[in-house]
Design a binder for this molecule. Structure first.
Ligand code: AP5
Ligand code: MG
Length: 389
């Protein structure tokens, strides 16, 4: 997800720029100030309590803000993330936001802070007061809001600076100039984001061929549990000895072994921009654990692609690989091929559902030529990079 906090003193242009940002990046929008004004207009209990504070220019309590956010945040739409305007405004709220996003398996991508001197802020808000109808747009209250900002809100910038997520943006200039500066910073953050792709598909669907190629093209690290396991076997390691019988029967290996190999492989690539996981996760347990492993790296699975190839075609491909020097032991026995195809069907449907629920599951036609399939996958990944979750 692309989650942005737009930060800055009252009148800095947060609301103005927000409208443009959410349109360009397809984000949901949470503006605590707007939500509070809405509560006030509705005359809700929360609104009544907030009104007195807002009219004076103070900050409402963190407790009220949590209730408000809980009420309005929604995850069941297909936006690419959330833009927060005027939140977090205290260090406590910054912690709250962390927890909130963590619960959604996500985190804040960046905080963009609009920098505007006080004289200009006052000038803008007094100008706005002619039409805004906002009770807090008068000189006395504006001055108090600026003071509250200085004392309580500014320390939030430090919170994000320490986490390398703070980007100061010059907030003087035309609306379009400032928007350009903001989008440059957002695009830089997107470039820095990881891209983790899970490539699913029945045995023989071409995951290996495509996965390696995709990894090369997009500068990602290719991780195939199958290859890792075969390496363990050929090196006669302890893991190799344990997994050999499973592999020979065409069964999947115990979760804890697959997981250990993946963990080790992730650690071997500390500078990776992301991974292509081929043939993993194969069980729902592995899917949960992969999430945990990636979360430790402040990352997550961004995209899951299943290569669709009819079962009969997979069977033919595996049987003919069995006649080449790339043959695996289980390619030569039709019964084992059937076992593996069945095992895929049985186990992977849960994994697919797990990712479907997160809205990151896609299918790709795996029946064309290698080149055609590769082009289709490339396109999906390029699009994915644009709207990384
Ligand atoms: P909120 O509604 O968030 O107000 P604010 O932070 O004071 O900010 P504004 O909405 O006044 O300014 P803005 O930065 O959005 O600027 P805008 O785009 O409108 O909060 C209101 C109150 O609610 C708070 O005081 C507090 O009491 C409470 N509250 C809200 N969230 C809270 C939280 N998390 N915790 C606790 N309390 C909370 O632009 C301003 C004007 O300038 C406009 O007229 C615009 O047209 C103009 N303008 C914009 N850009 C430019 C430009 N480049 N050049 C010239 N003019 C420009
Ligand atoms: Mg605003």
């Amino acid at each position: 997800m692309l989650n942005i906090a737009l930060f800055g003193p009252p009148g800095a242009g947060k609301g103005t720029q927000s409208k443009k940002i959410i349109e360009k990046y397809y984000l949901s929008y949470i503006a605590t100030g707007d939500l509070l004004r809405q509560e006030i207009a509705e005359g809700s209990e929360l609104g009544v309590e907030a009104k007195a504070i807002i009219d004076k220019g103070g900050l409402v309590s963190d407790d009220m803000i949590v209730q408000l956010i809980e009420k309005h945040i929604s995850t069941d739409n297909d936006s690419n993330g959330i833009l927060f305007d005027g939140f977090p405004r205290t260090v406590v709220q910054a912690y709250i936001l962390e927890g909130l996003l963590l619960r959604m398996g996500s985190q804040l991508s960046c905080m963009l802070a609009l920098d505007v001197p006080n004289e200009e802020l006052i000038r803008r808000m007094l100008e706005r007061s002619k039409t805004s109808g906002r009770a807090d747009d008068n000189l006395e209250v504006i001055e108090y809001r600026l003071k509250e900002y200085e004392n309580k809100t500014k320390p939030v910038a430090e919170f994000y600076r320490e986490r390398d997520k703070y980007f100061p943006i010059n907030g003087i200039g035309t609306v379009d100039d400032i928007f350009d500066r903001l989008t440059t910073a957002i695009d830089q953050t997107l470039d820095k984001q990881w891209m983790n792709v899970v490539l699913l598909g029945p045995p023989g669907s071409g995951k290996g061929t495509q996965g390696r190629e995709l990894a090369k093209r997009h500068n990602l690290v290719y991780i195939s549990t199958g290859s890792l396991l075969r390496k363990e076997i050929s090196n006669n390691t302890e893991i190799g000895d344990r997994v050999k019988p499973f592999m020979e029967r065409g069964e999947i290996v115990p979760d804890e072994i697959a997981i250990r190999l993946i963990e080790r492989e992730i650690q071997l690539h500390p500078n990776a921009k992301g991974f292509i996981f081929k043939g993993f996760p194969r069980t729902i347990v592995q899917a949960y654990i992969l999430d945990g492993l990636l979360m430790r790296l402040n990352s997550s699975v961004n995209m899951v692609i299943e290569l669709k190839v009819p079962t009969l075609e997979c069977f033919k491909r595996l049987a003919s690989r069995g006649k080449t020097d790339k043959s695996r032991t289980y390619d030569r026995d039709p019964e084992l091929i059937v076992n593996r195809l069945e095992e895929y069907e049985n186990r992977t449907s849960l994994v697919k559902n797990y990712y479907k629920k997160q809205g990151i599951f896609q299918k790709a036609d795996g029946t064309g030529t290698t080149h055609q399939v590769s082009e289709a996958l490339n396109y999906m990944i390029r699009e994915g990079f644009k709207t990384i979750r």
